[in-house]
Design a protein. Sequence first.
Length: 263
Amino acid sequence: MKTNPILLALIQVSLLLPFTAGAAQFCTNAPAGTYVLAPGTISLGPEPMDQLWRNVCGSGFSAYQFDDIDLVWVPSEPTNSPGEAFLVHLGGSSPFNTTYCFPAPTRPPVLPLTLCPGINMVCCQSNVPASYEDIVGLPPAPGTRLLRLKRGVKNPFPIPSDAYITYTYLTSGWSPTTPIAAAGEGVIILIGPFTQNAAIVNGKMEFDVYSPAGHQMTVEWTESLTAPQWQTLTIITPGNGVTHVADPDPISAHAGRYYRVRL
């Protein structure tokens, strides 16, 4: 079995089964530095793929290896849901100059998508450039982050990292700009607590916490990151927006203090 350390692609495979026998073909090339593939079947031949990762809500990453001798996926053929994207490690003898064809969807998109706390690998279910709303079917909540894999990166892990262009949705809109995924491009949507606007006000630390809808957040502090003893500062009840948090202890009362927000 051949291996290849270069991780090239965050792609979408947005199956809408069943396909008709005469479904139209939509093809894109994958030359060096690109990672766009079109929606369609998970049959990724004829060139073998070294590895494919799924990330299903709450279960973390599952890896599938393509055996280019027996021409089968191990441990099994990957399955998928409408609007799900995969992280693919391209293999084969000519991974930089391979064309993959996928049947076009024959049914309407299944929206809205169900997003879970943490990493969501998703894609538009149509062959068009797509906004967040086109992909998810709902507007973003404050604190939502959308990640697009940069072209030519060799390693997409960890997530997030500087391998990605990161867009953050704040109360004022998207920063640094409104993200638009290319036709056939999968993206990562991060749903989780996000802090901003940290400042010392009247000798005390204050900051804003962006919390995902429907999930309770716990704000904690510790005075050392060496064997930290995390203490609860406050609990944010399930909501959808921004909560202003202020530490009642003055900063002069301790040598150092570190904060985190936990689902």
